[in-house]
Design a binder for this molecule. Structure first.
Ligand code: 9MG
Length: 265
């Protein structure tokens, strides 16, 4: 899953239509690099990020989703707002990626009514409060129990089990030790039987391990994606699609014994 943030800090050169074209071009480039799915978001979930109004978020994401879906791409929408979920689905999105796991007013109904798949992510608190001394009895057991409960709520609301993916929410209300425990024991969440999405790309835990700033965490992000897939993740949410796809091709070749592009002897 390639990350496509349609936010001013990601693409802006001051012109709305030009920014939109650049975002669409970046989505297409990630597909060429090997992404199977593009996650389009118009509001940052980083702590301290300014909230975005519904009209503004719609204006950012809908034209980009329409363009990529028209190309035949599989698109998900990263949003917490029911109106954006419904508009994105109408524009061609086939999955809703909600960091609040459909706990917001109207979100559950929007996905059940819209007929899309959903990724339910664990987050302690809100994006503004989540890093204030997060504590767990056992982070893996707590996150697992939360995700199992949310999947149950979704199924009871009419969202079919095969339309649900789960995500432990690396970095969302977790310390670095929590993030590492979740990655080390990811198989315990995979064991719930739903596809698992892991998002570690360029996150601060990788910065803490390597001492590198965000723009220099490609190798660490690829390593983390590979570890997640090895532990059973079905989807990895990444910025660096080409590098991740290459690493996964090597992993797959070793595990299947078949080469995607056979070399001449
Ligand atoms: C929007 N967003 C930022 N980080 C994320 C993660 O780890 N998982 C999901 N599902 N969404 C995320």
């Amino acid at each position: 899953m390639g990350i496509l943030n349609v936010t001013p800090d990601s693409f802006s050169d001051g012109g709305r239509f030009h920014d939109r074209d650049r975002a669409i071009a970046h989505g297409r480039a990630m597909l060429d690099d090997g992404a199977d799915l593009i996650d389009v978001g118009g509001e940052s979930t980083r702590p301290g990020a300014a909230p975005v109004g519904e009209a503004e978020e719609l204006d950012r994401v809908v034209p980009v989703i329409e363009a990529l879906a028209r190309d035949g791409a599989i698109v998900s929408v990263d949003t917490m707002k029911p109106a954006v979920m419904l508009a994105a689905i109408a524009a061609g999105a086939s999955m809703v990626n909600d960091v609040r796991a459909l706990r917001g007013d109207g979100a559950l109904e929007a996905v059940a009514q819209g007929g899309a798949a959903v990724c339910l992510m664990h987050m302690r608190g809100t994006p503004a409060s989540m890093q204030q001394a997060p504590e767990y009895v056992d982070v893996v057991a707590d996150v697992r129990a939360f995700l199992m409960a949310r999947a149950g709520v979704c199924e009871a609301a009419g969202i079919a089990r095969d339309r649900i993916a789960l995500d432990p929410g690396f970095g969302f209300g977790k310390t670095q030790a929590h993030n590492l425990a979740l990655l080390a024991r990811l198989d315990e969440i995979v064991a719930l039987g739903y596809p698992l999405l892991a998002g570690l790309s360029r996150k601060s835990t990788l910065g803490a391990i390597t001492g590198r700033p965000q723009g220099e965490r490609v190798a660490a992000s690829v390593a983390a994606a590979l570890l997640a897939v090895e532990r059973g993740a079905s989807i990895v949410r990444v910025h660096d699609v080409r590098e991740t796809a290459d690493a996964l091709a090597v992993w797959r070749a070793v595990n299947s014994g078949e080469l995607a592009h056979p070399l001449r002897a």
